[in-house]
Design a protein around this ligand. Structure first.
Ligand SMILES: [Zn+2]
Length: 290
């Protein structure tokens, strides 16, 4: 992916130099919840629970130690700030075209654990968007795990896909889709709600694709092999693949993010068409056709 020398966003806060390693990790039960959560992809309800139980930075008896970032960390910070700026350009323009104003989200890089508007979160939950403070939280060491443990790719365009997916959740928040799904929480069974969660997650994958479509037009950032690398990652974090790898069998009623086939399908469609009108369609079509 070609990104060096492009504008870097000012909406990125790097907290990694303040990283602390909590010494006490709230009991085995919490740990198991975290591990399962990390493997399955996190249901927002579980996430809330996990966060409330997790030790915050400097909490749990650990000591906050300031340190200097390594050259690799400095570079990854510059990369994320540039991708964030790319999303600001693309979504700013798409919203303007629709007569709306895009309010960009904040983004925070952290190590180990982080305090957020949605509670405390350990790195194990993976990258996530907190609607309460309109902020994306990312521990960039996730990308090594994505490649080494989950079989995805940590190529830069694949990292950009992951970031764009989280920014997609912000776009959904601005456009009211997150609210629709949140309201379903009260009125749906667990199984029904999981289906709404899958829909929201596939829509975020689609929006990541739409972002890449217009980003490529504007910045020409895709290099040979990039799309394959991102598809490999989308495949790696499909619910069926994650469940099969972690316990050997799958239970589709518990899916919250969609299968590998669905995730790659919607990311690819967004990338190919850039058709924002389809965002609504995705939300209304029969679940079986997703
Ligand atoms: Zn998501």
């Amino acid at each position: 992916m070609r990104w060096e020398g492009e504008r870097k966003s000012e909406n990125l806060e790097d907290r990694r130099s303040m990283g602390s390693r909590p010494m006490v990790v709230g009991g085995l039960g919490t740990l198991i919840v975290l591990l399962i959560g990390a493997l399955m992809g996190i249901d927002p309800r579980q996430l809330q629970q996990v966060m409330n139980n997790a030790p915050g930075p400097g909490g749990g008896g650990g000591q906050a130690v300031e340190r200097e970032l390594t050259p690799e960390e400095v570079r990854s910070g510059e990369f994320v700030a540039t991708i964030l700026a790319f999303t600001e350009e693309v979504w700013g323009e798409q919203f303007r075209r629709a007569g709306e104003t895009y309010v960009p989200p904040k983004m925070v890089l952290f190590a180990d654990a982080v305090q957020t508007g949605c509670g405390n979160a350990p790195s194990a939950v993976g990258p996530f968007y907190c609607p309460a403070d309109r902020t994306v939280y990312l521990d960039p060491t996730f990308f090594q795990e994505l490649e080494q443990k989950l079989g995805g790719s940590q190529a830069e365009f694949s990292q950009a896909y992951v970031i764009a997916h989280e920014i997609g959740h912000h776009v959904q928040n601005l456009l009211g889709y997150s609210d629709i799904v949140n309201q379903k929480r009260q009125t749906s069974s667990k199984e029904e709600f999981n289906r709404w969660s899958v829909r929201l997650e596939l829509q975020a994958d689609y929006l990541a694709g739409v972002w890449a479509h217009y980003g490529q037009q504007k910045f020409n950032f895709v290099e040979p092999g990039d799309v394959d690398a991102a598809m490999q990652s989308a495949k790696a974090i499909g619910d069926d693949r994650l469940q099969k790898n972690s316990r050997g069998f799958t239970s589709p009623e518990s899916y919250t993010h969609g299968t590998s086939a669905q995730r790659t399908k919607w990311f690819r469609l967004g990338l190919q068409t850039g058709d924002l009108g389809r965002m609504k369609e995705l939300f209304e079509m029969p679940f079986e056709e997703l």
